[in-house]
Design a protein around this ligand. Structure first.
Ligand code: FAD
Length: 416
């Protein structure tokens, strides 16, 4: 993290007090800026990375829950995708070496799809196109949040470095949307709980001898989870976790050896694996902020909670942070009002707790190799396969309807 500069005297005076300054123009920060359109608030969106787009808009495949698709359509972002997203019509969960298995079909729940798969890069272009249409949002890029000056009571004073040098910004509300290694969180003195799952996730495009038919596969195993998500280009998005100690060896594998490894982990349910694109690797680490708000400050998205990608919940959850905050501050006379921020944190509690428990449970059940636990895990899957209420809970959560659901997320026929 960049250390705060101790010589603020050479910084220009901040002049105006903005209503909201969002640090981080990644998936969640950009979505928040869009959600504040038409609010009449003076919003600044500050993003550190230069170049075409922030690096986080890479080749990873993002599975958007139904609630997310509803919200992003309402925000006018889905309409800017260049190609159609790929629907997930069925979910197949199984465990290597065990008899349990769950098959979920969206049609059984009166839905065409549980969610949609979008490549992060394409989503980045769509967000960018939508941001370009906004009037009320000032964008600073590249510009990096450096730190805070002494509290001004009715505002936060930030120090940022951009192309024109360093400057100060005053804001009634500071939003940290700056990702898992959030500098905003650190500067606010908010502690974290960090859990390393001891896994590295490899992500790649994968071609099989059978084109995807709308089924997403989740495969659990002693080495960690693996998933195949149907993409819109007749390929799958592969996520393959390996124990951290084996990651270097897997990274060096040629395409043939990597395909064999993936095929062994999945079996043949999705067909024969023929080829795959470049691989990227992500360590599986969970970072949870101990608090979501501080005076005139809030954390959203990965800054608030960065979770294991198994279960595909991270952005879905972070978007609900952003939408809830937007609902609270729209129309408020002072969007840094402590009562408003406390209400925001309270509204986020149930969704956050349940989503974290779901993702962590899935990551740990797959990562624990104890033979004593194996029958329990299998029974768990079988139980899930049989019990209507368990399945309905899983499906409702996976579709993004947990806790106090933001208005934009609610689809037709879904209770508030
Ligand atoms: C392999 C993989 C697969 C995933 N699949 C899914 C999925 O299917 N579904 C899903 O919902 N989620 C998924 N996720 C999670 C999802 O990618 C994250 O939840 C999401 O990126 C979080 O968005 P964010 O905006 O909070 O943080 P980020 O996307 O990390 O963005 C933070 C931004 O802040 C900027 N920044 C950082 N520091 C500063 C600073 N000091 N000043 C200014 N700007 C700064 C960064 O440049 C960056 O652009 C996946 C993650 C991985 C790794």
């Amino acid at each position: 993290m960049t250390k705060p500069d101790p010589s603020p005297a050479r910084l220009p005076d901040p002049g105006t007090t903005h209503d909201v300054v969002i640090i981080g123009g990644g998936l969640v920060g950009a979505s928040l800026a869009i959600a504040l359109e038409g609010s009449g608030l003076d919003v600044v969106l500050l993003e550190a990375s230069a170049g075409d787009m922030p690096e986080v808009f890479d080749e990873r495949n993002l599975s958007f829950a139904e609630a997310t698709v509803n919200a992003l359509s309402g925000l006018g972002v889905m309409q800017h995708l260049q190609g159609p997203p790929a629907p997930i019509r069925r979910i197949h969960v199984s465990r290597s070496g065990d008899f349990g298995r769950v098959r979920l079909d969206a049609a059984d729940y009166g839905r065409e799809a549980f969610g949609q798969v979008v490549v992060a890069r394409d989503f980045g272009h769509a967000l960018e196109a939508r941001l370009a249409t906004l009037d009320g949002v000032r964008r600073m890029r590249p510009a990096r949040f450096l730190g805070l000056e002494e509290d001004a009571g009715d505002a936060r004073v930030l120090r940022v470095a951009g192309e024109g040098g360093e400057r100060r910004l005053r804001t009634r509300l500071l939003v940290g949307a700056d990702g898992a290694a959030s500098a905003v969180r650190d500067v606010l003195g908010i502690g974290t709980r960090v859990d390393d799952y001891g896994q590295v996730l490899f992500v790649a495009r994968l071609r099989t001898d059978r084109a995807p038919d709308g089924t997403a596969y989740e495969r659990l195993g002693d080495s960690g989870p693996a998933a195949l998500l149907p993409r819109g280009d007749r390929q799958y998005g592969l996520v393959l976790a390996v124990p951290a100690g084996e990651a270097a060896r897997v990274a060096e594998m040629d395409e043939g050896a990597f395909l064999q490894l993936a095929q062994r982990r999945f079996g043949w349910r999705a067909g024969r694996f023929l080829s795959c694109g470049p691989r990227s690797a992500y360590p599986a680490v969970r970072t949870l902020a101990n608090e979501l708000v501080r005076p005139r400050a809030a954390l959203v998205g990965n800054a608030a909670q960065a979770i294991h990608p198994v279960g595909a919940q991270g952005f879905n959850l972070g978007l609900r942070d952003a939408l809830t905050l937007a609902e609270e501050i729209r129309g408020a006379p002072d969007c840094g009002d402590p009562a408003l921020l406390a209400r925001h944190a309270a509204r986020r509690a149930a969704d956050r707790e349940r989503t974290l428990a779901f993702s962590d449970g899935l990551a740990r059940v797959t990562a624990n190799p104890s033979p004593l636990l194996r029958p329990l895990r299998s029974l768990g899957l079988v139980g899930l396969g049989l019990s209507g209420s368990l399945r309905a809970g899983l499906v409702g959560g996976a579709m993004g309807y947990r806790g106090d659901v933001p208005v934009l997320c609610r689809g037709p026929g879904v209770a508030a």
